[in-house]
Design a protein around this ligand. Structure first.
Ligand SMILES: Cc1cc2nc3c(=O)[nH]c(=O)nc-3n(C[C@H](O)[C@H](O)[C@H](O)COP(=O)(O)O)c2cc1C
Length: 376
């Protein structure tokens, strides 16, 4: 079966697959541009962009961008979006992922619009004020939700305050990489698994005139994509699979860490953002679990819930520093993120985005799937 195109606001992508935003630096111009070039939706991450273009920002002696203005740098994000568009050769769509929790959220949303993004995807909190920051711009707005209740709250608020509704929502289940919109225990409960959350969110979307629902979190194969499309999903968002591509912006060591991970190495950690964070057990995580506190002062002021380092001190690490260290290829000190299915990537190795999208659209055999049931 040919997958249907994905309409997001006034724009359409030929392939209904969104490559999920991955911060810090796992999805920037090379990955997003390559995905869009094949006709899908490439998403750059707006967090920590100062790491990508260090020459454009002020840094401390360890190379960390200073303050949120340089950590989430406008100049660097603009360059990343423009480069992604150039690589895409005008095909597909280029979006930006902005964590609701980042300091300067509104400013970064405006930066993304000015730089010409086609869409904004926003989670780790509910983007209640997003329409206000992009007023009048031709940009699709796509909140990430983890329940019909959250979707209802966003729709009611946006309709009342801004007379607009989301152009789509991403429903993200608890097998995704990075932050989870659930409590720790909920991540393992049957009722919170993606396939069980999906019917109620689809119902809610119908009540608001048929807002497209995009599913994410453990969606892995063409078979999974068909499963959700046949039930009424407009598309899927996938991230972990894109790490094992040549074009992924992560350094080789990052890709190797994910490719070498076993299922039991992929765990949930407490994060200063306030949600469980899915990561791979690496030397720093082992030390943290043994009681080590690796917090090293707040330089970036990266996220508001951290309260300038207070939460980081409690959980034992600064999220910007540790994800920044991983982007810089520091295996000992970095934190490396993966979705719950990351251990399957070793069956595939590193391939091109084109090859991956051929697998995901049923045009090429997929060596990772024999043992996988739908959205396992
Ligand atoms: C390395 C990595 C980094 C991520 N960073 C972010 C992020 O900065 N913001 C966000 O909203 N989601 C982030 N995510 C979640 C993805 O965008 C995506 O929704 C999710 O991982 C989908 O599940 P999958 O990885 O099983 O395909 C990240 C995921 C990974 C694997």
């Amino acid at each position: 079966m040919n997958l249907p195109p994905l309409k997001l606001g006034k724009k359409t992508a030929e392939i209904p697959i969104i490559q999920g935003g991955m911060g810090v630096g796992i999805s920037w111009e090379k990955l997003a541009g390559a995905v869009a070039k094949e006709g899908a939706v490439g998403v750059v991450s707006a967090v920590g962009t100062g790491y990508r273009h260090p020459n454009l920002v002020k840094r401390d002696k360890f190379g960390r961008p200073i303050g949120s203005v340089y950590t989430h740098s406008k100049e660097a994000l603009t360059k990343i979006i423009q480069d992604a568009k150039r690589i895409s050769q005008g095909r597909g769509l280029i979006g930006v992922n902005i964590l609701c929790a980042i300091t300067d959220y509104g400013r970064v949303a405006r930066d993304a619009v000015e730089a010409g993004t086609d869409l904004i995807i926003s989670g780790a909190g509910l983007p209640m004020r997003l329409p206000e920051y992009v007023e009048g711009a031709d940009v699709a707005l796509i909140p990430i939700v983890s329940s019909a209740r959250a979707m209802n709250l966003i729709c009611r608020t946006w309709e009342k305050r801004y007379k607009r509704l989301p152009d789509a929502v991403v429903l993200e289940g608890p097998k995704s990489g990075g932050h989870q919109g659930f409590k720790y225990e909920e991540c393992f409960m049957e009722e919170y698994q993606l396939e069980n959350l999906f019917p109620s969110v689809l119902e809610e979307a119908k009540r608001w005139g048929g807002i497209p629902v995009i599913v994410a979190g453990g969606v892995w194969s063409y078979k999974d994509i068909l499963f959700y499309i046949k039930q009424g999903a407009a598309g899927v968002q996938m991230a972990t699979r894109f790490i094992a591509t040549h074009e992924c912006d992560a350094p080789l060591i990052y890709k190797e860490v994910v490719l070498n991970a076993e299922e039991e190495d992929i765990i949930l950690l407490k994060s200063p953002v306030g949600y469980p964070l899915r990561v791979i057990r690496t030397p720093f995580v082992e030390r943290l679990m043994a009681g080590y506190n690796g917090w090293n002062g707040c330089v970036s002021h990266c996220i508001t819930p951290c309260n300038k380092g207070e939460e980081a001190k409690k959980v034992g690490f600064c999220i910007a520093d540790r994800l920044g260290a991983a982007w810089l290829g520091n295996y000992e000190e970095g934190i490396f993120i993966s979705g719950a299915n990351g251990h399957l990537l070793k069956k595939q190795g590193i391939i091109s985005v084109k090859e991956l999208l051929e697998m995901l659209t049923g045009k090429r055999p997929d060596p990772t799937v024999e043992s996988l049931t739908v959205s396992a």
